[in-house]
Design a protein around this ligand. Structure first.
Ligand SMILES: Nc1ncnc2c1ncn2[C@@H]1O[C@H](COP(=O)(O)OP(=O)(O)OP(=O)(O)O)[C@@H](O)[C@H]1O
Ligand SMILES: [Mg+2]
Length: 317
């Protein structure tokens, strides 16, 4: 490598180190000893909502914050957005302090409660948020149409949001969160108010975002939703971190083995049992697997739209 090139490379990496010596571009979100105490009107200590949280979210992962009501999930998300200031500790996003506003250009946020203007239509809403990001009119229009289609609201795009159902508001909320094509998306209870079909679509959209290389942090107390989409989770309880890890390893039952097979006659079951017992194993169950209620509901909805008037006869089997 020529000497001049080595020099410029060294200089630029030095520069980066000087601006933030610890910045690792693979770590999108970092909470260091992050704590939040809410005070009442007179400044008296009221609620310790978050207690010394330490965690990292890596680029390209879907990270779930789980916990019962009031465990500090929304507080954590608001601290990452810089909407709240920590009582102690630090929240870093893209290596910058969460209070630095420039980082917000690369963030999308779906809040717990809708704050959208009720008298705007879906198209106007997205146009409004596009303007906030200084997007040119042509780009705003294209992006709005694309997102409205993606969240399944094309049929209602000219209706005012005050006429929308809860699930429709949630969908346009997600579209709004994605208007600036963000790198990091923070979703506070993304599936709340959605029917099972909407929930599945929301989960598919989250997986699609991950496939595009985006980083997603979502919080929920709906365990099935988190299990389906998250790579790693943190479980909070009364503001304290209780568990942190990969979903698949947290849920793995290491001392059991599950085998599924088809087209084996019932008569072979005794032989299978004998082999397992010969090896000292203990058969816990051997039965037809059950589908989930979600799968059943979705297949009925799909069939109903394909064959109107036809009634499902699954229960008769
Ligand atoms: N603005 C506020 N003022 C005072 N206390 C607050 C405020 N916001 C939240 N809290 C308290 O902080 C704690 C954590 O609340 P937070 O909203 O972060 O919980 P959550 O995990 O998001 O709950 P949920 O599942 O109900 O949305 C709760 O005890 C709550 O009462
Ligand atoms: Mg909340």
């Amino acid at each position: 490598m020529p000497a001049a090139e080595v020099n410029t490379k060294e200089q630029s990496s030095k520069k980066l180190q000087q601006s933030n010596p610890d910045y690792d571009p693979n770590i999108v979100v970092e909470a260091q000893n992050l704590s939040k105490i809410y005070h009442d009107f007179w400044g008296r200590q009221k609620v310790r909502a978050l207690k010394a949280l330490d965690l990292e979210v890596r680029k390209g992962e879907v990270f779930g914050l789980l916990g019962p009501n009031g465990s500090g999930k929304s507080t954590t998300i608001k601290l990452l957005l810089g909407l709240l200031f920590p009582t102690s500790g630090r929240a870093l996003v893209f290596g910058k302090d969460a209070s630095e506003v420039t980082k917000n250009e690369k963030i999308g946020y779906l809040p717990e409660e809708s704050y959208l203007y009720r008298f705007l239509t879906a198209e106007e809403t997205l146009d409004f948020y596009g303007r906030l990001f200084d997007m040119p009119a042509k780009v705003r229009k294209e992006r709005a149409a694309e997102l409205i289609e993606k969240v399944g609201l094309t049929w209602a795009k000219r209706r005012q949001l005050r006429e929308y159902s809860k699930g429709m508001v949630r969908r346009i909320g997600l579209a709004q969160a994605l208007i600036n094509d963000p790198e990091l998306i923070l979703l506070d209870e993304p599936t709340s108010g959605l029917d099972p079909l909407g929930t599945r679509e929301m989960k598919d959209m989250i997986i699609e975002l991950k496939e595009q290389g985006k980083t997603v942090v979502m919080c929920s107390h709906l365990l099935a939703d988190v299990q389906d989409v998250c790579d790693r989770i943190a479980i909070l309880y009364q503001g304290e971190l209780k568990e942190l890890g990969r979903v698949d390893s947290l849920l793995k039952v290491s001392d059991e083995t599950q085998v599924r097979f088809d087209n084996v006659p019932e008569s072979a079951h005794a032989e299978i049992r004998a082999v397992i017992e010969k090896h000292g194993g203990n058969i816990i169950s051997m039965e037809n697997p059950k589908t989930t209620l979600e799968e059943l509901f979705l297949s009925i909805v799909r069939e109903s739209s394909e064959r109107p008037g036809h009634r499902s006869d699954r229960a008769a089997n």
